[in-house]
Design a protein around this ligand. Sequence first.
Ligand code: NOJ
Length: 473
Amino acid sequence: MKENFLWGTATASYQCEGGWNEGGRVPSLWDIFLHKNNLENGNVASDHYHQYKEDIRLMKEGGHNTYRFSLAWPRIIKNLQGEVNQEGINFYHNVIDECLANGIEPFITLFHWDLPQYLEEIGGWASREVVAAFEHYAAIVFKEYGDKVTYWTTFNEPRYYVFSGYKIGNYPPAIDDTQLTIQASFYMMLANAKAVKQYREMGQNGKIGIVHSYSPIFGIDDSLETKIAMRNADNYFNNWILDTAILGEIPVDMLGRLHEKYDLSFMKTDDFKTIKENTVEFVGLNYYARALIRPYSGGETILRINNSGAEGRGTSKVVVKNWFEQVWDPTSEFTEWDTEIYPQGLYEGIMMAYRKYGIPIYITENGIGMYEDITVESIRDEKRIEFLNDHIDAIQRAVEEGADVRGYYIWSTMDLYSWKNGHDKRYGLVAIDFENDCKRKPKASYYWYKQVCESNGKTIERKREYDSNFVSL
Ligand code: NOJ
């Protein structure tokens, strides 16, 4: 990789911090939703709130030169009036300072899904008032940490947050309402542009981007019907975030289709102007799998995601009525959570994004969730090592072909709370003994990654020959 390539790992505040009612933190919508429904929660998570020094020490010893994490909005802003919680501000000063003292570049996300509950109560992201609250929060943190932090991203995975919360209904606010899905999507993208504007107007010296759950689109064949379905799928999965944030343009064919059935009058002329004028300068792509698309063949919309892993392979199903269907290649390999393992999709996805947008790319998440016995003496997660090796290999190919990829973050730093999948879905390079004061124990993959970081990628085994029966965009 090029000099100064960022090698690190990633987490999110709600998923690793714990300390849910400490240090003046107010509840997020996740606390309320999980407590109310008696579901596994992140009250303690990986106890990073108390053990962050140990985690950063492990990063340093593991050869990392960066750490991607998010700030918990409910730790920083106390209420609707926008009052600041000094203890929360101090906590992140400590984390940032600890990173810097250890040669770890902080890469910060403003919003990784833990919306303060007081904002959910006024309508959450489907409400324009939350856009203003986000601007206020962004201004506070830019002012506090701006001289220490170079890399900022506004949102983590708007699509997952909005579709899961407002349409699929498996995340809070757990509803199924297309009109609100469109509103929340739009307001998040507007808030992204407003935060970018704010950042520039404050004369900050770093860089600002957005993180997207990237699903590179492939089609089952080359027919016109498939091409149209692929375009619809690309709008649905990717373009409404990437085109909007990077080009400042919401895909017009998508707006046209939505306009036929839904009320878009909440989108104002000034909003389009703000979006056009305030675009990001880099993009973070989270890559887990591609989306393989065929034409819509009838029936109602189905958005069924295998969330527990228990349902078995092939039980996810995605049909968007009149738009497209997603299918899975039966010859592929899948994780225990029904996610296709397809490193070639990362290579092709980077090339597609780079050709289309031409801005610097960071792979802000990539990793594999597994059931693991962490009580053994040494945790030999060979499957994870193979997975990571093949994905880094894919990035190296893209770089060799000219793509400007500047960093790579494994999800996740340590085992953590995986939303509705609880704590059993382990992603970490470092195991957490959730039963035993969250003791840390590095896995084999941690030692393997140390060599990758320290050799700047030279220890990666270059092996995969790519070929595909399917058509990419
Ligand atoms: C996406 C999200 O950013 C993160 O919160 C989640 O846990 C991982 N990917 C794994 O699914």
